[in-house]
Design a protein around this ligand. Structure first.
Ligand code: KG4
Ligand code: ZN
Length: 297
């Protein structure tokens, strides 16, 4: 519940500061809509945002659009470059709670074609970081250690099994990799900095290979011209490099958010609301409900 109270405490000050930076007035003059995340996520935290947005909407007589958090990630690349998208596209969404492959026919027509059967890839980064005594969020720290080992050209590489890499579907699994890391760290005992770097690299290789191979397979099957990537893990340097190579090899237009806008932010929620308005898919219910398990589609 701490998250909920923290949100309630921070929201008024955040709004004040944002309006000041945007040189907008307190009554939101010149602003047409308010966008708020309705799900998925922790419901108490979602409610804090929804109640705040609805009160603001009433006070300023502005409609409030309910946005899907994952749609925010899917559209966050538009913040980087607003050039037209060539469809069909494949979307790869990688965050702390989700790992999904999405077939995107157009801005308002898409469906999930594969997902993780257990842990999300970001969660695997965070759990591996904890095993290596690194603080949350683990992704950026693991990435840094792994790149030290890669740049040093370590040859004695820890090789973990690539989960589900050869299955015919577009699903993923990350809980086995987490367990493999747990056993390996137990076996090794005290970990030197260099061993941690090599472990991080072994983990990152095993975590990212299935993302690349399943994405390639999906691109081929769906005849995609564009590859859209989003979610906190899309800030990962090595993943971005692998996606760049893949896109060059397959002649794809790769659309990624900047590293700063890959992780959760409010701009992506605004851009998803904007995309929804453009395609007539906006949801402006009388009252918005927090939907912890809200699905994409
Ligand atoms: O999308 P996000 O900000 O929040 C959720 O919706 O979950 O994603 C957070 C996840 C965390 O698991 C975090 O460790 C991971 O994204 N992450 C990264 C990197 N930056 C954030 N994972 C790998 N490499 C990174 N550079
Ligand atoms: Zn997110």
């Amino acid at each position: 519940m701490l998250a909920k109270r923290e949100h309630e405490k921070n929201l008024p000050a955040l709004l004040e500061q944002t309006l000041k930076e945007a040189k907008a007035s307190e009554d939101l003059e010149g602003i047409d809509y308010i966008a708020v995340t309705a799900g998925p996520g922790l419901e108490p935290a979602l409610w804090a945002g929804i109640v705040f947005a609805e009160e603001l909407g009433k006070k300023c007589s502005k409609p409030v659009i309910a946005v899907n958090h994952m749609e925010g990630h899917l559209f966050s690349f538009l913040l980087e470059e607003a050039k037209p998208v060539e469809f069909p596209a494949i979307g790869l969404l990688v965050s702390g709670g989700h790992t999904e492959l999405v077939s995107v026919e157009s801005f308002n027509k898409y469906e999930i074609i594969g997902k993780t059967r257990d842990d999300a890839v970001g969660e695997a980064f965070d759990k591996t970081a904890r095993l290596l005594d690194l603080p949350y969020p683990g992704g950026p720290k693991i990435s840094k250690l792994a790149s030290i080992s890669r740049e040093r050209g370590d040859e004695d590489i820890f090789k973990f099994t690539r989960p589900m890499i050869h299955t015919e579907d577009f699903d993923f699994s990350y809980s086995g990799l987490k367990t493999a890391l747990l056993y390996k760290t137990k076996e090794l005992g005290e970990l030197s900095t260099e061993t941690k770097e090599r472990l991080a690299r072994g983990f990152e290789d095993a975590a990212i290979d299935p993302l690349i191979s399943k994405t390639a397979k999906a691109v081929e099957l769906y005849g995609a011209k564009t590859l859209i990537v989003g979610g906190g893990v899309s800030a990962n340097k090595y993943l971005r490099e692998r996606l760049t190579t893949l896109s060059e090899d397959l002649g794809l237009d790769l659309r990624l958010p900047t590293q700063e806008l890959a992780t959760d932010n409010a701009l992506m929620i605004a851009v998803a609301a904007f995309a929804n308005l453009q395609t007539g898919k906006e949801r402006i219910p009388q009252t918005i409900k927090a939907e912890g398990n809200l699905k994409l589609g």
